[in-house]
Design a protein around this ligand. Structure first.
Ligand code: DPX
Ligand code: MG
Length: 610
């Protein structure tokens, strides 16, 4: 498994231990020498005190919690703030084409780095970013959205301001943000700013949810107190040791009465920073481990107990059967929604379920809270006995699994040929970003070697997410090969962020599947609204290069053309390569067809009689 070493505060006793985990939580850094305040502060004499401003304080804190970049779009309410952020040499400002993309870029960055920040102007900027911020909430990612705000002198006056609703209410932005964040603050006083900033960051990191910080434009450069120890921001909730012990003991007792346990890995496992402990529990039990679609790669696919993707009727071969065959499902950080349960046709919840969530464990009449998932999994791993029946049975069923696809280089390009060729590119250093659409289902078919990561925005499911999220991810993880799978319809929402990949010379590879429309919607419910205007997608790269970049746009209509395009993409290290893969409008995965039918049935249920 590819790992990036980082510090995390972990034990219930509160000691720090160095541990290697996959790209996830923020990396704490030693910042004793990291703060600068422009040239003025380069030459401090002994006894001189470094002067912080609200903006440089924020920069210092962002850097301390492990950010090396923040994403930004300029506007007159945030220009002074951007200047102040620029004074921190450890924090690079990365620009985006618009604020929605800025938010998504930060979301993608948080996936690789553990946390992220985006900076926008008031209202016209921040409200565009709210879609991405809400997505970060749904996806459990601590994205900090920072917005410029009106001058404090204009509040409670008769002044009307631009970028507002043309009323005297400037509070609506903060009120809206409160609904989609775990902490939202409005900074109008430099004295209170450090406390408010620390509160927002601490809450976001603890809850693994986004936070919002609005800073009045005339306060951003106002002097404020220096940051105290960063541990006050990184301080995590600890498990209540008595509850932890009681939960692990009762869970082990519950499992002792079962013969066929199975582990089901859900997407909140990463937010809980518990991937390593899930492997420990799997090793102790020896049972089959099924992974939900939204959590693909959170349990290594090269682990001997990996039993495929569980997604109801559209599961990997044998996976649904083994889940159904088990006599208890130990569900770890799972989200059961209409999509993941395939229109409520595959909901494993019931008496034979042990639900382990980020801070809570429920089973057989028990409900324990205030225990961290990773502490619970580690404690349970020490108490259970080997129970490998589901693994033995899964291997037996596995004998019937389908054959591999063979290459199809001539004739019109087909979806399965794209997957086959893409799969051969994946190494331990690869991250796949799969957009909403048939890319979800195609992505599930990829076999990931140890270390490979897979990113999907399955709870929020906002199309267009993947272009900027890929950009943000690649900014955070330049050492990884980042490959995006994007449908034509989704791409049209946020295409311009490819220009920023060119600007930063990021060698991202984009497989753009041009199937001439919103195919997933076609399968759920078709109509004229699922047809889209075709674009010259490959041609766009020249537009974005504008004579000064190394973006490469290629079009593949046969398997052979795709193979050639992939070779060129690998050779292009100076910028992104977009391969437009042209396929038939009806060439979609059978999984999408089955899933679409069942989800459409769920959507079509008539209202219940009152
Ligand atoms: C919509 C979806 O071309 O992918 O593989 O052809 O389906 P496929 P495309 O990218 O089309 C995507 C399209 C329109 N969903 O099929 S999934 C509704 C939707 C959404 N998010 C937002 N608007 C609409 N999910 C922001
Ligand atoms: Mg499409």
């Amino acid at each position: 498994m590819n790992t990036i070493p980082r510090m995390r505060r972990s034990s219930s006793k509160g000691s720090s231990r160095q541990t290697a985990v996959p790209l996830s939580q923020p990396k704490a850094r030693d910042h004793s020498t990291a703060f600068t305040k422009g040239e003025r502060q380069e030459h401090l004499r002994e006894g001189e005190v470094r002067v912080y401003t609200v903006g440089s304080y924020l920069a210092a804190r962002l850097s301390q919690i492990g950010l090396k970049h923040h994403f930004a779009v300029a506007g007159d309410f945030n220009l002074v703030l951007l200047d102040e952020l620029l004074t921190n040499r450890d924090l690079e400002q990365v620009y985006c084409c618009n604020e929605l993309n800025c938010g998504y870029s930060a979301e993608g960055y948080a996936r690789a780095n553990g946390a992220a920040a985006a900076v926008t102007t008031f209202s016209v900027g921040a409200i565009s970013a709210f879609n991405a911020l809400a997505g970060a909430y749904a996806e459990n990612l601590p994205v900090i959205l920072v917005s410029g705000a009106p001058n404090t002198n204009d509040r409670a006056t008769e002044h009307l301001l631009h970028h507002t609703l043309a009323t005297h209410d400037f509070a609506y932005q903060l009120e809206m943000a409160k609904r989609i964040t775990c902490a939202a603050v409005s900074i109008t006083s430099a004295t209170d700013a450090p406390d408010q900033i620390d509160y927002a960051l601490r809450t976001a990191l603890r809850e693994r949810k986004p936070a919002f910080i609005e800073i009045a434009c005339n306060i951003a450069a106002a002097p404020c107190a220096a940051p105290g120890p960063v541990s006050s921001v990184l301080d995590e909730d600890r498990s209540n040791s008595e509850t932890l012990n009681a939960a692990a003991t009762a869970a082990a007792e519950f499992l002792r009465g079962k013969r066929k346990p199975l582990l089901l890995i859900g997407s909140k496992l990463r937010a809980a920073d518990a991937e390593k402990e899930a492997i420990e529990l799997a090793d102790s039990l020896g049972c089959a481990v099924a992974v939900m679609a939204a959590a693909k790669s959170f349990f290594p696919e090269n682990h001997p107990q990996f039993a495929g993707i569980y997604w109801g009727e559209v599961s990997s071969p044998g996976t649904r059967e083994i889940v159904d065959w088990s006599d208890v499902v130990i569900s770890i950080g799972a989200i059961f929604n209409d999509y993941s349960t395939v229109g409520w046709t595959a909901d494993p919840r019931g008496p034979d379920l042990l639900l382990a969530d980020i801070n809570r464990v429920q089973f057989a009449g028990h409900d324990f809270s205030r225990i961290r998932l990773r502490d619970f999994l580690a404690a349970l791993a020490r108490k259970v006995q080997k129970r490998d029946a589901t693994m033995v049975e899964f291997l037996r069923i596995g004998a019937e699994r389908g054959a591999e696809w063979s290459a199809e280089l001539v004739g019109p390009l087909k979806r399965v040929e794209i997957i086959r060729q893409l799969n051969s590119l994946i190494t331990a250093d690869t991250t796949i970003v799969a957009e909403t659409g048939d890319s979800w289902f195609n992505g599930m078919l990829l076999k990931l070697p140890g270390g490979a990561r897979f990113e999907i925005e399955m709870q929020w499911g906002s199309i267009g997410w993947s272009v900027p999220a890929t950009f943000g991810y690649a900014v955070a993880a330049p050492q990884r090969r980042v490959i995006a799978m994007i449908g034509d319809g989704s791409f049209q929402l946020t295409a311009q962020e490819v220009a920023q990949m060119i600007r930063r010379k990021l060698p991202v590879i984009i497989f753009l599947v041009n199937n001439h429309g919103y195919t997933i919607e076609v399968e759920i419910h078709d109509g004229p609204y699922n047809n889209i205007k075709n674009w010259d997608y490959a041609g766009l790269l020249e537009v974005f290069n504008a004579g000064e970049g190394h973006g490469l746009g290629l079009r593949a209509t046969t398997g052979e053309e795709l193979a050639k395009a992939i070779k060129l993409a690998i050779a292009n290290r100076e910028g992104p390569t977009l391969i437009e893969c042209v396929i038939d409008r009806d060439d979609c995965s059978p999984q999408l067809i089955s899933w679409g039918r069942l989800v459409a049935n769920a959507n079509a249920r008539p209202p219940r009689p009152q």
